[in-house]
Design a protein around this ligand. Structure first.
Ligand SMILES: Cc1cc2nc3c(=O)[nH]c(=O)nc-3n(C[C@H](O)[C@H](O)[C@H](O)COP(=O)(O)OP(=O)(O)OC[C@H]3O[C@@H](n4cnc5c(N)ncnc54)[C@H](O)[C@@H]3O)c2cc1C
Length: 372
């Protein structure tokens, strides 16, 4: 088969950054996206770029990811409103303080430049905080970007790099044999290599090449308020990861923290769970009293994929020559641009800068268990 050197299925941060690096490496690349670039998790997430809320094993990757976001403008000429604000993570009870201390000690050892601070010091760093925290940690490297700009920004960068973009093209079948034929209602695309970057929809894409990715899906909630006077300048989080809070330059507050809604890959985001939204907002108010006068204008959901060990799924698909997968990265918006580079370097036959996360670690993906 002739055609592209690589077909990327999925135009989120993982697919876009992989495609970009492959094109920069000299490959002819197409991105095939069922809706529009950056309309999956990468376009609806809370935009928090935090080192503090990453598992220790992923900290070195998150440091590289944040470096990529910080330099997006100079490297790619695109703007995602990146802000380095610094971030505070709060504990409100003795039990939470114990967890915060254990987690942050481990993450500090893994390379996060953080310090533990008293409530008084936390309120000096962020005067908008309540007096409720009993302990906090602070990392000056934390910040955020505007996820709603992801698709538009990467579209520009991909086109500049010569990547073909096919949007509104849901992949319905993938045929194998001396390459891949990727079938969509907008045409069939032929390529020598295949990269599956389908986010929460990876399981269905895997089945198209006879592979059962062991994926579960979380349905995360985010809310935004009306514009309000500036109340905080840092990002604010919670010891258990139940809160991410930031105030944009335009005055709106974005409130996340992984509270769950209802939905699944087949039906998409179905409905918010009111008690969970209320729990999320209460926690935000407990941290930042100025929110008492805020009105929430919108609450939405986004779908995020996970594998059982909660580590990324990034590497060759076992048993399927020239097929690769990238996804299931917790905090994947932060780490995504670096993961895309690592996978692209693997596809290009280069030694990746850091180890990738071999899908072959899962029994269900052992080649002998795959159907022909
Ligand atoms: C609500 C929410 C809040 C989050 N908050 C944060 C945060 O603050 N900070 C952080 O670091 N991370 C956060 N995350 C995680 C982060 O957003 C994700 O890890 C990351 O965006 C995943 O990128 P992706 O490219 O793998 O998936 P996606 O962005 O979902 O991209 C996958 C793409 O594949 C396409 N696709 C799927 N099936 C097909 C098909 N059959 N044919 C063609 N295209 C297909 C989809 O349309 C989609 O565009 C959050 C996630 C959610 C859901």
């Amino acid at each position: 088969m002739t055609g592209f050197d690589a077909l990327i299925v999925g135009g989120g941060v993982m697919g876009a950054t992989t495609a970009l690096r492959l094109a920069q490496g000299g490959m002819r690349v197409a991105v095939i996206e069922k809706r529009a670039l950056g309309t999956g998790a990468s376009g609806v997430n809370a935009g928090t770029l935090s080192l503090q809320i990453k598992r220790a094993a992923l900290v070195p990757y998150a440091i590289k990811g944040i470096e990529r976001w910080r330099s997006t403008h100079e490297r790619l000429g695109i703007d995602v409103h990146y802000r380095r604000t610094g971030g505070l993570t709060l504990a409100f009870t003795a039990a939470e303080a114990e967890v915060l201390t254990a987690r942050m000690t481990e993450r500090k050892a893994a390379g996060v430049p953080l310090e533990f601070v008293t409530t008084a010091r936390a309120r000096e760093i962020e005067p908008g905080l309540s007096a409720n925290p009993v302990l906090a940690s602070f990392c000056a490297e934390d910040g955020y970007a505007s996820s709603t700009l992801t698709g538009r920004a990467y579209r520009e960068a991909l086109l500049k790099a010569g990547v073909a973009i096919h949007e509104g093209a849901p992949v319905t079948a993938i045929e194998r044999g001396g390459g891949f034929r990727v079938v969509t209602p907008r045409g069939t695309f032929v390529g020598r290599r295949l990269v599956l970057a389908g986010g929460a929809w990876l399981a269905a894409l895997g089945r198209m090449i006879g592979v059962e990715f062991p994926i579960s899906v979380r349905v995360n909630t985010v809310s935004v308020t009306t514009r309000m006077p500036m109340a905080i300048h840092r990002i604010v989080g919670h010891a258990f990861g139940l809160l991410t809070l930031k105030q944009s330059d335009n005055g709106t507050m974005l409130i996340g923290g992984g509270w769950q809604g209802r939905g699944d890959p087949e039906r998409g985001a179905v409905e918010v769970i009111p008690d969970n939204v209320i729990g999320n907002l209460r926690l935000a108010l407990h941290a930042v009293p100025a929110l008492a006068s805020a009105r929430v204008v919108r609450t939405w959901l986004g779908l995020e994929a996970n594998v059982p060990d909660a580590m990324p799924l990034v590497g060759p698909v076992p048993g399927v020559d020239d097929a690769f997968v990238i996804g299931c990265v917790r905090g994947g918006y932060t780490i995504g641009p670096f993961m895309g580079e690592l996978l692209a370097d693997t596809v290009l036959g280069r030694e990746p800068e850091m180890p990738i996360f071999d899908p072959a670690r899962f029994n269900s993906l052992q080649p002998q268990k795959l159907s022909a």
